[in-house]
Write a protein that binds this ligand. Sequence first.
Ligand code: ZN
Ligand code: ZN
Length: 229
Amino acid sequence: MRDDICTIPVSEVFEVRQGCPICRMRDTVEERITDYILGDAMMEPDVRIETNKTGFCEFHYGKMMNRRGRLQLALMLQTHTDEVHRTLFAKKMLNPDSKRGSNAKKIGEKCFICEKIEWGLSRMIETVFRCYERERDFRELFGNQPMFCLPHYERLLAGANKKVMRSHASDFSDDLNRITGTYLKELQADLSKYCTMYDYRAKENGDWGNSRDSVERAVAFFSGRNYKE
Ligand SMILES: [Zn+2]
Ligand SMILES: [Zn+2]
């Protein structure tokens, strides 16, 4: 599988300035990999060797079930099923039930799409650190992001240290804390407004302000997944 399917230019993502940029990176890569899996991947035996072993997680099975490409999915599932049967029911297993149990658990924990996304995302996040350290324009772009979701705030904060950003590590975490703190505070206000709008008196002729989609935004903030239509 080509590496460029799993990565995109970092500045392209940050220039959009809407929602969490790291979520956007993940979503773009996730779409590409899903398209690829249900398309050209059939022609690449090395991809099939991997998907036979790993299969997919609940979320990504769900995603593929909502797409075209049912034959490709069937072909992949067919050989994955062969492989799983071989792994679980091979002859001459010592202590077969506990071995089967642990093998079944291992298979259930793996997902081809999750693994590829993680591969791409960790490289792109390294690029974010590198750009922040070296490029003034990128520092400005980073500082002007509207938000980071909680999982990606945590991930960026955890990686920001003097080893990866010799001179700008503390500016980086200051930006992250400022953006996330401000966003949370606004979210808090919008949610409380939203709740008061449920009061029948307010509903009649009240002004929802920015609160209408505050539940969707709060879920996106905490889960790192966007449920907006
Ligand atoms: Zn995010
Ligand atoms: Zn997955």
